[in-house]
Design a protein around this ligand. Structure first.
Ligand code: PEP
Ligand code: MG
Length: 540
């Protein structure tokens, strides 16, 4: 087995035999013509034929993809009639007395270079559109009406690059997926592949030198991985992944837009856990009721320096606006333990999981905390926002955090910066101490969210990162359920809502227990939402 890496530009997995599409076989003829005007007429006839081809592709694309995606073929028609392009070809034929193929090839190279030299990635990708119209002209000069792509059976196609027209023809030719050496995520081929639902990986260096026709190949359009001659384990894994994807598609059709309600009418919220705006597409696709946990530390993890207030504000605002009125719970910086953030320059510790982490960092470095609270509060003016404090073990920590929060609110009021005056404040219950004193803590805040990952780690005294201890890491331990039950009881006794945002919340086999305990919300990774909804809707 050989693993190649590219860039996944169209999601999905394809398994099949490789077919190689080698476009560079036909070299461009170059000869002197006796009558340049006749040659120009030959070019113009080809131009008309190419225009008709693009019109046909446009009509097909409207039917098979969408009007929006079909527009590229209208643009191609306009490009084919563009004065600069046409004049360039005709004057080369006229002045150099050469054949049309040669003039088209020179003009294509010149125009494509203008686009490739541009800074903007989108404009760079337009070079492939120039190649597309030029190839189409060459095919028409050659008397071929359309691009010929035929394969023995359903195949995964490998090519140097693909133009939009070629991609459109692939759809008809039972192509399972494609891989190319060149291309960009912004190219129309990538856009069409996504619209057609064909998995695609591009930018695989020296691809054609590493493959041969009829090899078995697996392409993963999510990760950009390509497995040539995959071993049995990989094949089994990827087949399983395809089955899961199919199941998910069925769930989407069946359950999108449906309420999270049991057969006897009990309703709970199923929200999503995210680490930044990049997860929003999955959140919307999976129909989340809101964001139950925005792990804001990922904004810091991905940065070499502490993200500025404006950078944070933009990320929070994007999420809040996208969720359009559904609640977004932003957890304040939860650094430390397994999440080391180099830009914060925390000192090494013997036992980081028990050390300087979560709320402790924010209380001891209030400047960092204030910047974040400032950004969250400003963003709260744009939608339904809540703040959640991580790693709480005492009432005093909440008091200290509230003092800082009030200071930030006061400074915003003084500067006349709008924010949600009624913004809710909640805490994570993820230490045994917090669960055991949840009755006291509930009097201080508006909601709880139970972090079962850390709650398990600290209750069972097992490092959640330590693979060697995984057989002891039992999140179903009776002690965990006792702490969860106590937390839910305390929350409800004090009239506040309680959710679960740790991994345990995503287990469909536990939803009945959580429901019986009275949990109000489960917040899970986006793909876990619909399987939970399915289970929930089957319960009495
Ligand atoms: C948890 O501890 O359960 C939790 C949700 O937080 P994290 O996994 O980010 O520590
Ligand atoms: Mg945690």
């Amino acid at each position: 087995m050989l693993l190649l890496k590219g860039k996944g530009v169209s999601a999905g997995i394809a398994i099949g035999q490789l077919a190689i599409y080698n476009q560079s076989l036909n070299s461009i003829p170059h000869y002197i013509v006796a009558n340049p005007e006749e040659e120009i007429q030959r070019f113009q006839k080809a131009q008309q034929a190419a225009l008709e081809n693009f019109q046909q592709l446009y009509t097909t694309a409207i039917k098979e993809v969408s009007e929006e995606n079909a527009n590229i073929f209208e643009v191609h028609q306009m490009m084919l009639e563009d004065c600069d392009y046409v004049e360039a070809i005709e004057s080369i034929i006229r002045l150099q007395k050469v054949n049309a193929e040669f003039a088209i090839n020179i003009t294509a190279k010149k125009f494509a270079k203008i686009f490739t030299d541009m800074e903007d990635e989108y404009m760079k990708a337009r070079a492939s559109d120039i190649h597309d119209i030029s190839n189409s002209l060459l095919a028409c000069l050659d008397g071929k009406k359309t691009i010929q792509l035929s394969f023995n059976g359903p195949s995964v196609l490998a090519a140097t690059d693909l133009t939009p027209s070629e991609t459109m023809h692939l759809a008809k030719g039972k192509i399972l997926g494609f891989i190319t050496e060149h291309g960009s995520a912004n190219s129309h081929s990538a856009i069409l592949a996504r619209a057609l639902g064909i998995p695609a990986v591009i930018g695989v260096r020296k691809l054609l030198s590493k493959i041969s026709a009829n090899m078995t190949v697996v392409i993963d359009g999510f990760t950009g991985d390509i497995y040539l001659n995959p071993d049995e384990k990989t094949l089994a894994n990827m087949t399983q992944k395809i089955e899961t994807l199919k199941y998910h598609q069925t769930l989407l059709k069946e359950l999108k837009g449906q309420p999270n309600i049991t057969m006897s009418g009990k309703e709970i919220k199923l929200a999503a856990n995210i680490s930044g705006p990049q997860d929003l597409a999955a959140v919307l696709e999976n129909d989340a009721d809101g964001i139950g946990l925005f792990r804001s530390e990922f904004l810091y993890l991905e940065n070499k320096k502490i993200p500025t207030e404006d950078e944070q504000f933009t990320a929070y605002k994007t999420v809040i606006e996208t969720m359009a009125g559904k609640q977004v719970i932003i957890r304040t910086l939860d650094v430390g333990a397994d999440k080391n953030i180099p830009c914060l320059k925390l000192l090494p510790e013997d036992n980081p999981a028990m050390g300087f982490r979560g709320i402790r960092v924010c209380l001891m470095q209030p400047e960092i905390f204030k910047i974040q609270l400032h950004a969250i509060l400003r963003a709260s003016a744009f939608g339904n926002t809540a703040i959640m404090l991580p790693f709480i073990t005492s009432v005093d920590e909440i008091h200290a955090a509230k003092i800082i929060l009030e200071e930030v609110k006061t400074s915003l009021r003084q500067d006349n910066i709008p924010f949600d005056e009624n913004i809710k404040l909640g805490i994570m219950i993820e230490t045994p101490a917090a669960a055991l004193i949840s009755d006291d803590l509930a009097k201080e805040v508006d909601f709880f969210s139970i972090g079962t990952n850390d709650l398990t780690q600290y209750t069972l005294a097992i490092d959640r990162q330590n693979q060697n201890l995984s057989s002891f890491f039992n999140p179903h331990h009776k002690a965990i359920f006792k702490l969860i039950a106590q937390t839910i009881e305390s929350a409800h006794k004090n009239g506040i809502l309680v959710g679960i945002c740790g991994e345990l919340g995503g287990d469909p086999d536990l939803i009945k227990i959580f429901l019986d305990l009275g949990v109000d919300e489960l917040s899970v990774s986006p793909p876990a939402i619909l399987p939970l909804r399915k289970k929930l809707r089957s319960l009495e």
